[in-house]
Design a binder for this molecule. Structure first.
Ligand code: ADP
Ligand code: AMP
Length: 216
């Protein structure tokens, strides 16, 4: 199965992606996690990406698209994958479409986790993440016991770009640059929508019933 997860920052894409990846045995490819990995290793890509991420802006398309194309050609992607945080612009979506078309492949679905803007601020400012494995927690909705990641034991931290002042910019960027992808995938008859305002396990149940027909 090849799928993309759509939704505003803080919708729960990363949270659900971990469960989908386990259930369907496909790699979870988060462009945000790849950028953060590069930042922590201080690579040239990380140094460039950080300038944009700290301001809540998007990393330029060319850099991001090349990075994703490289990742999708790795061996573990042969059986499918779950893209989280990519595409984020129409140009990225078109590049992905062309990339797949040239390989005579196609997406199975673009799944939108729908969450209204009023929910997002609390989700993002309360988010805590594991810097080692990328797992997402929430101070109120999904706390990390003793501040430790339950998967790998690292201390969870707040993301710099989850500070109140950056959250507004990220939501504006989402509405301007990423929201148009909803129509892009609707027009290709690939869009499915799950209500992301429910509890984490209920959202996952909703996703599984949508994906039920794609068990491969
Ligand atoms: P995204 O990857 O879309 O930016 P995350 O998966 O990191 O979002 O989720 C954002 C925050 O909201 C995290 O702190 C996460 O624990 C929390 N969260 C995710 N899904 C839900 C939910 N259904 N209800 C309440 N909180 C949630
Ligand atoms: P995320 O972890 O998905 O919330 O992404 C964190 C940040 O990484 C975003 O605010 C962007 O600065 C950058 N980023 C992640 N994915 C992309 C993308 N597909 N295109 C451009 N920038 C991205």
């Amino acid at each position: 199965m090849k799928m993309v997860l759509l939704g505003p920052p803080g919708a729960g894409k990363g949270t659900q992606a971990k469960s989908i990846s386990n259930r369907y045995s496909i790699p979870h490819i988060s462009t945000g996690d790849i950028f953060r990995g590069n930042i922590s290793q201080n690579t040239p890509l990380g140094i460039e990406a950080k300038m944009y991420m700290d301001k809540g802006q998007l990393v330029p398309d060319k850099v991001t698209i090349n990075m994703v194309k490289d990742r999708l050609q790795q061996e573990d992607c042969k059986k499918g994958y779950l893209l989280d945080g990519f595409p984020r612009t129409v140009s990225q979506a078109e590049s992905l479409h062309k990339f797949l078309h040239l390989r005579e492949e196609s997406l199975d679905t673009a799944l939108l986790i729908e969450v209204p803007r009023d929910f997002i601020r609390e989700r993002m400012t309360g988010r805590r993440v594991c810097p080692s494995c990328g797992a997402s927690y929430h101070m109120k909705f999904n706390p990390a016991l003793d501040g430790k990641c339950e998967l790998c034991g690292s201390d969870v931290v707040q993301r710099k770009d989850d500070a109140e002042e950056t959250v507004k910019e990220r939501l504006d960027v989402y509405e301007r640059q990423t929201q148009p992808l909803i129509d892009f995938y609707k027009n290709k008859d690939l869009l499915s929508v799950v209500d992301g305002t429910k509890a984490i396990n209920e959202v996952f149940e909703g996703i599984c019933s949508i994906l039920g027909s794609h068990k491969n």
